[in-house]
Design a protein around this ligand. Structure first.
Ligand SMILES: [Zn+2]
Length: 192
């Protein structure tokens, strides 16, 4: 899937988890940083692709992209597996603990979950493509849904741009407009 589909899928997954399963309140700063973390998580698995937006949007050009491509074993390998999820989950937790003193009034636990939800949504979305995803690495089998390859989506082609992307947009609009009371409750804060 392309980066913009992954962006929408990541925020959709976050919205579904947070608004359909209310869990208490979070500070507005936690909410904003969590959305940012969720969007970064949504494109993180594609750092194994030298041309990925993750690298294109950084000033360090494609050099680091190539380096990570080799390090992660090529496109759709380690970063597109449960093992990769665990590895990035561990690394992101360490990074968040390290930068937490710089981010007052934030709950890094929720920010971490938002990142992981974004990353997991990436793997789920890529499973709908013809190429599939090696979920169970080191077992070298790529899984896809539906199992019949011909019924799956080709990245960047008609079905993704005209069916998947608009469908995600509609779900988002419904989710974030019809759950307005839940959003207010989620951000309800008392300044003591
Ligand atoms: Zn991918």
């Amino acid at each position: 899937m392309t980066a913009r589909t992954h962006d929408l899928a990541a925020i959709t997954a976050l919205g579904v988890v947070v608004l359909l399963h209310p869990f208490g309140t979070i500070s507005p700063s936690t909410a904003i940083i969590a959305i940012l973390a969720n969007q970064i998580g949504g494109i993180t698995p594609d750092i194994d692709q030298p041309t990925a937006p993750f690298w294109r949007n950084l000033p360090i050009t494609r050099l680091f992209g190539k380096f990570f491509d080799n390090l992660m074993g090529g496109h759709r390998f380690l970063t597109h597996s449960v093992l990769g999820l665990a590895l990035f989950g561990f690394l992101s937790k360490m990074l968040l603990s390290f930068v937490h003193p710089l981010m007052p009034h934030t709950n890094i636990g929720y920010i971490w979950w938002a990142f992981m939800i974004g990353m997991t949504s990436h793997l789920v979305m890529d499973s709908f493509t013809k190429e599939g995803v090696p979920w169970l690495l080191p077992i070298p089998i790529k899984f896809g849904f539906p199992p019949l390859k011909a019924l799956r989506v080709t990245t960047g082609k008609f079905a993704e741009n005209w069916l998947v992307l608009p469908a995600l947009a509609v779900v988002d609009i419904w989710l974030f407009t019809s759950h307005y009371p839940q959003i207010l409750l989620l951000l309800h804060q008392r300044i003591i």
